[in-house]
Design a protein around this ligand. Structure first.
Ligand SMILES: Cc1cc2nc3c(=O)[nH]c(=O)nc-3n(C[C@H](O)[C@H](O)[C@H](O)COP(=O)(O)OP(=O)(O)OC[C@H]3O[C@@H](n4cnc5c(N)ncnc54)[C@H](O)[C@@H]3O)c2cc1C
Length: 401
């Protein structure tokens, strides 16, 4: 039995967990299916406390250098340009990074992998897919095979003392550990479209993060260093297939910001969103983190951030166990992280999504007025920002026994 921790997954959560294990002197083997790290556009917002945590590893500065500091975010009515804008400088006393960093998650992954390889503290095995995991009183066993191996190739076995399942929403680790993942899938399909079009030069008063109501629908505009990321939706009389047609995307972008020259679209991709959470984050020596444990609407940008927070809490707990604390301390990890995911991340993301999906004009106005009131009141704004930036959740979790 190898005396180390096996981490499955090389997304932001698995890589953070592996790097943290290395810094604490705990031997690890990271196994991930992709031969090279994924570079598709997924999470693109880093919240202040995530940057504070990454800063303890010296990773915030190089990440900030590659992203866009965004001190404000807003909810607006497209037709009139009216908005409620929240300014994160109101929580400058609560964080060393009072801004959202607009930056692709793949940049964090690349930084982490580079450090892991340069520091050589553990084993990183890419291009190996885990087929099955099991455990007994002594440890865990992972059966895997290279993704490019012939179908009849013999599988490889890896053993360790603990296993971190950071293998995403379809987690094999979770399935083999027999942990349920209940929840729901939302009815709408989101269409992600990226463009070089400079929306900030066309829509007055735009922030880098904008959630927008438009007549009969909604969209969001998130800015990254070199492009704008638009979340669009098929019209009520459109199929998803029709909504993905270039002419439909072009029409929707024209409705957002008319342009004679059009909007050069770089990429379009449909995706469905889910709200699900694992029954338990731990089964014996197996623990889940990130999307393997919880998934939520991207509205508010909390999924990846919550996963990175999981990795910090989990490795701190494993480190205590490594030094002699009882293994059941792993239950504290579930006690700390699961209620926060449920109450702060899933519930908030669900409310954010519902708010933007609201079609009734009177209700929208009511919500906008309430948000403007909150944004304009220093005490209420700070409280709102502490929650939406995920600081309140981390503070609550830290005092759970
Ligand atoms: C379009 C989109 C937009 C998003 N926007 C945001 C946002 O704005 N803000 C936010 O916070 N979150 C957002 N998210 C969510 C965010 O991307 C995820 O929460 C994040 O990637 C989770 O990280 P993870 O490391 O837990 O899992 P993943 O990133 O999914 O990584 C899983 C890893 O496990 C590996 N793996 C899976 N199965 C196996 C196996 N059997 N064997 C070996 N390896 C395996 C994969 O290869 C991968 O390396 C978005 C997601 C999508 C799809």
């Amino acid at each position: 039995m190898d005396d180390g921790v096996i981490v499955v997954g090389a997304g932001p959560v698995g890589l953070t967990a592996a790097y943290l294990l290395g810094t604490r002197g705990i031997p690890f083997t990271l196994i991930a299916a992709e031969p090279v790290l994924a570079s598709d556009l997924r999470a693109s917002t880093f919240h202040p406390p995530t940057l504070d945590l990454l800063d303890t590893l010296g990773l915030a500065e190089p990440l900030v250098a590659q992203g866009l500091r965004s001190p404000t975010w807003q909810i607006r009515l497209h037709e009139t340009g009216e908005k409620a804008e929240f300014d994160l400088t109101a929580i400058a006393a609560d964080t060393r990074h009072p801004f959202r960093l607009q930056c692709e998650q793949s940049k964090l992954c690349a930084l982490l992998l580079e450090r892991l390889q340069a520091e050589g503290r553990g084993r990183v095995l890419l291009g190996i897919r885990v087929d099955a995991v099991s455990q007994d009183e002594e440890g865990v066993t992972v059966v895997a095979r290279p993704v490019d191996a012939p179908a009849d190739a013999d599988p490889q076995s890896f053993t360790g003392r603990y296993l971190i399942g950071a293998d995403g929403s379809r987690s094999v680790v979770r399935q083999d550990a027999g942990i349920a993942f209940e929840g729901k899938t939302y009815p709408e399909t989101t269409i992600l479209a990226t463009t070089l079009f400079p929306f900030h030069e066309h829509l007055p008063g735009l922030s880098n993060v904008n959630y927008v109501w438009k007549e009969g629908g909604t969209f969001s505009l998130l800015r990254l260093p070199n492009l704008w990321r638009c979340s669009l939706y098929p019209d009520h009389d459109e199929t998803v297939e029709d909504g993905l047609r270039p002419e439909s995307i072009a029409r929707k972008l024209q409705e957002i910001a008319p342009s004679d020259a059009g909007h050069e679209v770089l990429e379009t991709r449909p995706y469905r969103i889910h709200m699900r959470i694992a029954d338990d984050y731990r089964k014996g020596r197996i623990v889940l983190a990130g999307d393997a444990a919880h998934v939520n609407s991207p509205s508010g940008g909390m999924g990846m951030n919550g996963g990175v927070h999981d990795a910090f809490e989990l490795v701190a707990t494993l480190s205590e166990i490594w030094k002699g604390a009882p293994i059941d301390l792993l239950d504290r990890y579930t006690r700390r992280r699961k209620p926060i995911a449920e109450q702060e991340v899933l519930a908030q993301a669900d409310r954010n999504r519902a708010r933007m999906q609201e079609r009734d004009g009177d209700k929208r106005r009511e919500m906008l007025t309430a948000l403007q009131k909150t944004a304009g009141d220093p005490v209420a704004a700070r409280e709102h920002l502490l929650r939406s930036s995920m600081i309140a959740g981390l503070r609550r979790a830290a005092v759970i026994d």
